[in-house]
Design a protein around this ligand. Structure first.
Ligand SMILES: CCCC(=O)SCCNC(=O)CCNC(=O)[C@H](O)C(C)(C)COP(=O)(O)OP(=O)(O)OC[C@H]1O[C@@H](n2cnc3c(N)ncnc32)[C@H](O)[C@@H]1OP(=O)(O)O
Length: 305
């Protein structure tokens, strides 16, 4: 089992509840050496397909912006960007002040999936499986970050790009944007965990329609089926990113330990059997009970009218 320094840190001290949750969930990853997954080997293979980057901007407010940046290929994922993403997720795992995350694409479009040049070169099934395991691990860790995450979809989210949106807690769509699981047209199914997550977000009937028909999902349909939370209307009220930040700020207002605890209890409820989820909730509760925010609220005799 490869365990990065950040997650080793999480396994210690005051973050015991979260550490136990991650332990139960294979330390946040799905695959390890037990499954034939060799992190360094696949990293090296992916690095052979360079281009683009994944930018991370952490703000003092506790909000971070992750940008998929390869505009000349409509922000397709090169191999080196897959490695970049894994590194950025590690940085976010170690961010004690983090409360919220927005994932966006550069230059007004989200992401057109994996870079078809890399896909062609990695068309051997064994390589495909390795890439798939690598991205499943990374996107699972992204979804399990102890902060509230939003995919800001402008332009197109295609293939792996559509899968990436499902690794966030919420999806906000700009007018005219599209989420499309184009895999069927490529003779594929999702491999980055997008199908499993999509079923949990929109239900199996809707997921079957979206994957089976490679349907172009516009914001209105996305709202109807619960894929998107909101369409970011409002010309003249700032950029889509500013509007997404405003939307997210409602949920990230307050001290980081409390926001992180909220995400942790929801995540354990979503992922664990009830008895285990209840035990995790108790553990997380113990980290905020009698904590600074709790004591301050009690001292100010707050009323919730
Ligand atoms: C498990 C993962 C599964 C996957 O993700 S498989 C990949 C699924 N994605 C795709 O098949 C997207 C293919 N691309 C397209 O359909 C179109 O390029 C797209 C995104 C609708 C944009 O169309 P247009 O606006 O007409 O622009 P365009 O086609 O001229 O594209 C601009 C430049 O971007 C490139 N591009 C777009 N998507 C790419 C991709 N995924 N991999 C590699 N290159 C890609 C495209 O080749 C073009 O480059 P160039 O200007 O011809 O050098």
């Amino acid at each position: 089992m490869v365990l990065c320094a950040v997650r080793q840190h999480l396994l210690r001290g005051s973050r015991g509840a979260w550490a136990r949750f991650l332990q139960r969930q294979s330390r946040g990853c799905v695959y390890s050496s037990v499954h034939g997954f060799q992190l360094e080997e696949i990293r090296e293979k992916l690095q052979a397909f360079p281009g683009g980057s994944i930018e991370l901007l952490k703000q003092e407010s506790g909000l971070a912006v992750l940008t998929i940046n390869y505009p000349s290929r409509m922000n397709a994922f090169s191999g080196s960007m897959m490695v970049d993403l894994e590194e950025r997720v590690s940085q976010l795992e170690g961010w004690t002040d983090g409360k919220g995350l927005i994932v966006q694409g550069a230059s007004g479009t989200f992401c057109s999936g994996s870079d078809l040049n890399a896909v062609r070169a990695l068309s051997d099934p064994q390589d495909g499986m390795k890439m798939c395991m690598f991205m499943q691990n990374t996107l699972t860790r992204l979804l399990r970050l102890p902060m509230i995450s939003v995919a800001l979809v402008e332009g197109r989210a295609l293939g792996g790009g559509a899968e990436l949106t499902t690794a966030c807690d919420f999806r906000l769509m700009a007018p005219g944007s599209v989420i499309q699981f184009v895999h069927k047209h490529m003779g594929l199914v999702p491999g980055w965990g997008g199908a499993a997550r999509l079923v949990r977000i929109v239900g199996s009937q809707n997921a079957l329609k979206l994957l089976g028909g490679a349907v172009k999902v516009d914001p209105e349909v996305a709202l109807q089926i619960g894929l998107a939370e909101e369409v970011l209307q409002g010309e003249g009220t700032g950029t889509p990113l500013q509007r997404a930040e405003n939307w997210l700020s409602v949920y990230t207002k307050g001290p980081a330990p409390v926001i992180q605890a909220v995400k942790k209890v929801v995540l354990s409820g979503r992922e664990l059997p009830l008895s285990e989820a209840l035990r995790t909730e108790k553990d997380v509760f113990g980290t905020v009970w009698g904590g600074p925010a709790n004591m301050q609220a009690l001292a100010s005799k707050s009323k919730h009218r």
